[in-house]
Design a protein around this ligand. Structure first.
Ligand SMILES: NC(=O)N[C@@H](CC(=O)O)C(=O)O
Ligand SMILES: [Zn+2]
Ligand SMILES: [Zn+2]
Length: 436
């Protein structure tokens, strides 16, 4: 049994944000209360071994749920695999991760869904839930067998990495997915507008002489998908929203009652196109980083609830791939191990976002939208818990990363604010930044 003493508990699902004590027993949260005596706790332990953690100055919140991670297994295990990715997850404070379907082969049938579930269970760290593709082979034309994949353990459907260009296929997908109750996760990118662009089109791309991707490459598909969601009554989730224009479209759609949710990645909240260097591909990501005005609009959208969730879009790549010239390197930023710290340091500490809102957006909302366990510390629920130390500082050292990937903009930097203990179903899986 665990007694987390004098911690600041943030649980937006129960409207708690105050100093409390937390008891964890038999894999579940037993009790949250602000007045526990040693006698009471010992009586509850019923002779079981009791570990007391002094949490003064630290936060406890429900484990983060990341609805957008690329774990690369099967097929590209040199970039990441389910074991390394789920270890990286608990190191970063995530107790549940949704694994994107753009593996090799893509997760487009029940057998593959079951394979990902099984590898996640074997790894035994964060809960790993597979996202199935929307179309067979991610080819954008023929729908997968959604009900069968749901029965196998899929949690959502997405052709992430590629946009479904054919609007009729997207319409059918939204309609058909209603049978499962799952959202279709859309990677909004018009292929023709994006062309072979390398970064967001604007002053910076012009200055660097790099081919640009206009903001409209995203927003025209956001608009299309919102219209299709309205027409079908289907559930839509928009991945990695990156522009002010998209935020405004979502705001209006929500006012109309369209069943849409949206996520934003930490890198779009923290960096902008001006920071990209042609000699360093680490900020080469899809969708590309926008302008400062986009970044501000994304923060405002997250604050006012237009954007529901934060998600890492953890996109691991090998060092050899990322060492290629800018035009040839793959898009993607690895995020699992640094994302929470980055959000703490760049957004919460400077007062741009409250920690309560961050937990709501990274734990409660994902659980609600995708119908997942977690996102709460309600007594009787599985203890997926994070103890976060805002003062803990660490150099992002490649030797310490649990992920196979090194493509993070924070490599070598000193960061502050980290999860220092993480439990999955009451089992301690990370302590003092070491995965157990
Ligand atoms: N985000 C990225 O830049 N890359 C992702 C694909 C994606 O999320 O669209 C990847 O799979 O590497
Ligand atoms: Zn994508
Ligand atoms: Zn992605």
């Amino acid at each position: 049994m665990w007694w987390l003493k004098d911690v600041w508990v943030i649980d937006p699902s129960q409207k708690i944000s105050s100093p409390q004590d937390v008891l964890v027993k038999d894999g579940n949260v037993l009790e949250i209360s602000s007045s526990m005596t040693e006698e009471e706790v010992l009586a509850k332990a019923q002779g079981e071994n009791l570990e007391i953690i002094n949490g003064t100055g630290k936060f406890v919140f429900p484990g983060l749920i990341d609805v957008h991670t690329h774990l690369r297994e099967p097929g590209q295990e040199d970039k990441e695999d389910i074991l390394s990715g789920s270890r990286a997850a608990v190191r970063g404070g995530f107790t549940t991760i949704l694994a994107m379907a753009n593996t090799q082969p893509p997760i487009d049938n029940r057998a593959l869904v079951e394979f990902v579930c099984r590898q996640g269970e074997r790894a035994g760290y964060a809960h790993v839930l597979p996202i199935g593709t929307v179309t067979k082979g991610m080819q954008g034309s023929e729908l997968v067998e959604m009900a069968d994949m749901k029965a196998g353990g899929a949690a959502a459907f997405s052709d992430d990495g590629k946009n479904i260009q054919n609007a009729e296929v997207m319409r059918l997908a939204l309609e058909y997915a209603k049978l499962t109750g799952f959202p279709i996760i859309s990677h909004c990118e018009d292929k023709n507008l994006a062309g072979d662009g390398l970064m967001r089109r604007g002053v910076s791309s012009a200055r660097m002489g790099l081919r640009g991707i206009p903001a409209s490459a995203e927003s025209v598909i956001v608009a299309r998908d919102l219209l299709l969601a309205e027409e079908t009554g289907g559930k839509l989730h928009l991945a990695h929203i990156s522009s002010a224009e998209s935020v405004e479209l979502i705001r209006r759609a929500k006012a109309r009652g369209i069943d849409v949710t949206a996520e934003v990645n930490p890198h779009h909240l923290i960096f902008c196109d001006e920071e990209i260097k042609i000699t360093d591909t680490v900020l080469k990501v899809n969708p590309p980083l926008g302008s400062q005005a986009d970044r501000e609009a994304l923060i405002e959208g997250l604050r006012d609830g237009t954007i529901d969730m934060i998600a890492t879009d953890h996109a691991p790549h090998t060092q050899a791939e990322k060492a290629r010239p800018f035009a040839e390197a793959p898009f993607g930023i690895a995020g699992l191990e640094t994302a929470l710290s980055a959000v703490w340091q760049y957004l919460v500490k400077p007062g741009k976002l409250s920690l309560d809102r961050v937990i709501e957006a990274w734990s409660v909302s994902p659980a609600d939208r995708f119908g997942l366990a977690g996102g709460t510390l309600k007594p009787g629920t599985p203890a997926d818990i994070v103890l976060f130390d805002p003062d803990f500082s660490e150099v992002i050292d490649p030797a310490k990363l649990a992920s196979k990937a090194r493509n993070t903009p924070f490599l070598g930097k000193t960061m502050q604010g980290f999860p220092v203990m993480v439990w999955v179903e009451g089992r301690l899986v990370q302590r003092d930044r070491t995965v157990l």
